[in-house]
Design a binder for this molecule. Structure first.
Ligand code: AMP
Length: 192
């Protein structure tokens, strides 16, 4: 199974991603985590990415798409994956579609949350790049760059909208229903 996890900052992508990969045996590819790792290691990529990340801007596509392509190449055919935080704009979506392993996406999970709730959650989280100014910038970037992907994947019949309010477990259950193969038919339940 090949899954993209899409949603605004603060929607709980990381938390839900960890559950999804554990339940479905997927490899978790989080560009945010990979980039933070690169910054920490002060690799060439990290040094270049750092400035963008601290301002809440997108790291250039050529860097991020190359990073994802490199990771996808290490997976064997049968290995499912979850892309968390990628693609973040139309350029990255088309880079992904150009990758042999990126073409056959099964589901795009779209975590939906309104702006007030996003800001509230991000301020609670308190990561280094979660100051109010940076948060506002990241939201603007999301609206401008990332939200067009909703229509793109909807057009491909891949979009699975998920209400991202409520508890972690409630949200996880909504996602589970979408990803559970048995729910594509009507094999479950008491009505026969
Ligand atoms: P995240 O952990 O997904 O919230 O990402 C944290 C930061 O990493 C973002 O604000 C961006 O600066 C950068 N980043 C993560 N994923 C991407 C991506 N797909 N494209 C560009 N920048 C990214």
């Amino acid at each position: 199974m090949h899954v993209i996890l899409l949603g605004p900052p603060g929607a709980g992508k990381g938390t839900q991603a960890e559950r999804i990969v554990a339940e479905h045996g997927l490899v978790h590819l989080s560009t945010g985590d990979l980039l933070r790792g690169a910054v920490e290691a002060q690799s060439e990529l990290g040094k270049e990415a750092q400035g963008y990340m601290s301002k809440g801007e997108l790291v250039p596509d050529r860097l991020v798409s190359a990073l994802v392509a490199e990771k996808l190449k290490t997976l064997d055919e049968a290995q499912g994956f979850l892309l968390d935080g990628f693609p973040r704009n139309e350029g990255q979506a088309s880079d992904l579609a150009g990758e042999p392993r990126g073409r056959d996406i099964d589901h795009v999970i779209h975590l939906r949350l309104d702006d007030d709730e996003i800001v509230r959650r991000l301020l609670l989280r308190g990561r280094d790049d979660d100051t109010e100014e940076v948060i506002r910038n990241r939201l603007g970037v999301y609206e401008r760059e990332t939200s067009p992907l909703v229509a793109l994947y909807e057009g491909k019949g891949l979009l699975r909208p998920i209400d991202a309010t409520g508890t972690i477990e409630e949200i996880a259950e909504r996602i589970r229903k979408v990803l559970r193969p048995s729910d594509t038919g009507s094999s479950e339940g008491s009505a026969a």
